[in-house]
Design a binder for this molecule. Structure first.
Ligand code: NAD
Length: 374
């Protein structure tokens, strides 16, 4: 039996540990989280040791692996702390929220292959199937890429703690980190070298006072984002939290776009949005070579391959069962294999650092209105 410790066991990690524990020899034996009492209740009946902080769990427990799932700004400090023990690590994204954190994280590169970064989309069966098409060479070398992420469920980015940009680092780091990572994976040896970006906040802003909560808001009845209305939209992000979408302290842009130049001269266009709803939600990409185009969307799990010079189009539905289009299960399998020592990470620290660097560069470019070199 392998003993796994968790540092920061909130929503995300609670979902992942239940997937990890489907492996017969993986057990969560210790958790470090300041919410110890709540977590004791959540895991009642289990033989788990609880600690208030990361330093104590690492010093006290004989662990075989560590999972880090705190909020974003603590990912780098926690990874540096756990890295001293040279254990297999599972690390949530985004890896860092500032350039200085990212520089510090490089000190863990010697442990690159034992660190599994939480990029489920790269591991999903649909991305693997697209990669097979691209790697077959039948479309030619990829010469242009268009990527979209229209987030229909993104209420938590304004209603919950995610609305605090000093915690998340903004929505390029929060969301685009996944997309830049799986595109880098699909493009194999093509290296991104330069980025320019823009972001805007056109909808989720306003003049209600800082700290405004739905519970005591005089505009609740007519507010289009009240917990009651959000529940009616069929999304669950943040409906019980009730922090205001339209206050002076509502953080985060509500749309953003980036152009990424690759070493070959090829470029990719990426665009994300957080106010669409229902079937307007979409997340996917179109990659184009001279001989053909492959396009796909995580929401439909359909891949479409169109050959430019033939009367041929192949459409496939992929079985992407499980959270994050099936990627979470494969991430946990990979972490378990890294703990066993029978496989290396397939979402490495170096790849996480590159993706975070791209997102930090996009944020810098949007704020400074200039191209940023990677
Ligand atoms: N990879 C993905 O697809 C994916 C999906 C969702 C969330 N996430 C990431 O997961 C992270 C956590 O998100 P969440 O929604 O679970 O948040 P959350 O607030 O539910 O969980 C964070 C946990 O960290 C704990 N914590 C706070 N300070 C701590 C400390 N000093 N030491 C130890 N624990 C501490 C909190 O008490 C809480 O239990 C975020 O960074 C988010 O970006 C990733």
């Amino acid at each position: 039996m392998y003993n796994i410790g968790v540092i920061g066991c909130g929503n995300r990690m609670s979902g992942l540990v239940s997937i990890l524990e489907k492996q017969p020899d993986m057990r969560i034996t210790a958790i470090a989280d300041p919410r110890m009492d709540e977590l004791r209740r959540q895991f009642s009946g289990r033989d788990i040791a609880f600690y208030p902080d990361a330093g104590t769990i690492l010093a006290s427990e004989a662990l075989d692996g560590v999972m880090i799932g705190t909020r974003c700004s603590l990912h780098t400090p926690m990874a540096l702390l756990a890295g001293r023990y040279e254990l297999p690590l599972f690390l949530e994204k985004p890896l860092s929220t500032s350039y200085s954190q990212l520089e510090a994280l490089q000190s863990l590169l010697p442990q690159n292959e034992r660190i599994v970064v939480s990029f489920p989309l790269r591991r999903s069966p649909i991305v693997e199937a697209v990669k097979e098409v691209i790697d077959s060479g039948s479309l030619g070398r990829m010469q242009h890429v268009q990527v979209w992420n229209n987030v229909y469920y993104g209420r938590g980015y304004y209603h919950k703690w995610y609305r605090d940009e000093s915690e998340t680092g903004g929505l390029f780091l929060q969301k685009a980190t996944h997309n830049s990572d799986y595109i880098n994976y699909l493009l194999s040896d093509m290296r991104p070298i330069r980025i320019c970006a823009m972001k805007s906040k056109q909808i989720f802003r306003g003049d209600l006072p800082a700290g405004q909560k739905c519970a005591d808001c005089p505009h609740l009845a007519e507010c289009p984002e009240s917990p009651e209305k959000i529940a009616g939209y069929g999304v669950n992000s943040g409906s019980t939290h009730g922090e205001c979408y339209f206050a002076v302290d509502t953080g985060n842009e509500d749309s953003g776009s980036a152009l990424i130049e690759y070493e070959s001269g090829m470029h990719a266009a990426y665009s994300q949005n957080f106010f669409v709803r229902k079937d307007a939600g979409s997340r996917g990409a179109r990659l184009m070579g001279y001989y053909g185009t492959v396009q796909f969307d995580f929401n439909t799990n359909v891949i479409d391959v169109i050959y430019h010079n033939e009367d041929r189009r192949v459409t496939r539905k992929i079985d992407g069962g499980g959270s994050h289009s099936g990627g979470d299960g494969l991430l946990m399998q990979n972490f378990a294999d890294a703990v066993h020592g029978r496989d290396i990470s397939h979402t490495t620290l170096a790849e996480g650092i590159l993706s975070a660097r791209m997102c930090l560069a996009a944020r810098e470019s949007a704020e400074c209105r200039r191209f940023v070199e990677l």
